[in-house]
Design a protein around this ligand. Structure first.
Ligand SMILES: C[S@@+](CC[C@H](N)C(=O)[O-])C[C@H]1O[C@@H](n2cnc3c(N)ncnc32)[C@H](O)[C@@H]1O
Length: 217
């Protein structure tokens, strides 16, 4: 991540992504996480690039309350976003307290900080589109999940790569080539299903499992 990109996320406006808060793809992702918990009662969850934290605050919080998510660890590369979500989580915990055993851990960090097999389920939304290169980050992300990795694309991979770069704010917005993304998943020994959301914004969810997922308990 370039320094200018970090600066952009750090200084993002207060209402950053509010217009995307009600995105149905967030609901579908949370339902998949709950479904994964259903098989053995609970999951621990990793999110990378949480930003303002709408997935956590609106959809994952009830799963934390009910215990279907036993712990949440989130990484974001922007100190500003981490601080912003820390405050929002404090407020949320007053409004809807979690049981003491439930952990919400917000960390400043990036793909290089992800340890292999660190969580049952790994989730990310609108993140790979902003990386200047996706393969290394994608490998780290997939390897971090013991059972299931969920990618919520706001620019679904397509036949041809399409790169936009906003030099004024130093942010890449890239539609990755589908065949390139799939090649990385095949190399990692993954199988996956996809779900394209019909309503605008037409996010696409990818549910990815490594061949060795599920053998680790
Ligand atoms: C477009 S926002 C998406 C936020 C959130 N996932 C959502 O969709 O509502 C991208 C977020 O990813 C973070 N980010 C960008 N590149 C990152 C990286 N390499 N490692 C960790 N976080 C990163 C940014 O700081 C920002 O908070």
């Amino acid at each position: 991540m370039s320094t200018s990109t970090v600066n952009f996320w750090d200084s993002a406006p207060d209402r950053f992504l509010e217009d995307d808060r009600a995105n149905e793809a967030r609901c579908v992702a949370a339902a998949a996480i709950a479904g994964e918990a259903g098989k053995r009662g609970k999951v621990d969850l990793l999110e990378v690039g949480f930003g303002p934290g709408f997935d956590l605050l609106d959809h994952l919080w009830p799963l934390l309350k009910s215990g279907r998510i036993s712990s949440y660890v989130g990484f974001d590369g922007s100190v500003g976003m981490v601080e912003r979500l820390r405050l929002a989580v404090q407020a949320k915990a007053v409004e809807a307290p979690l049981p003491k055993t439930r952990k919400v851990d917000l960390r400043h960090g990036t793909f290089a900080d992800l340890e292999p097999d660190v969580a049952d389920v790994a989730y990310t939304k609108a993140l790979f589109e902003h990386q200047p290169e996706f393969a290394g980050p994608l490998r780290s992300f997939i390897r971090a999940a013991r059972k299931l990795a969920i990618i919520n694309w706001y620019r679904p991979p397509a036949t041809a790569e399409l790169r936009d770069y906003d030099a004024a704010i130093g942010v890449h917005s890239i539609t990755w080539r589908r065949a390139d993304v799939e090649r990385v998943l095949v190399e990692l020994g993954c199988t996956w299903t996809t779900r394209l959301m019909p309503e605008r914004p037409c996010n696409e969810l990818w549910f990815v499992r490594r061949a060795d997922h599920g053998r680790r308990g």
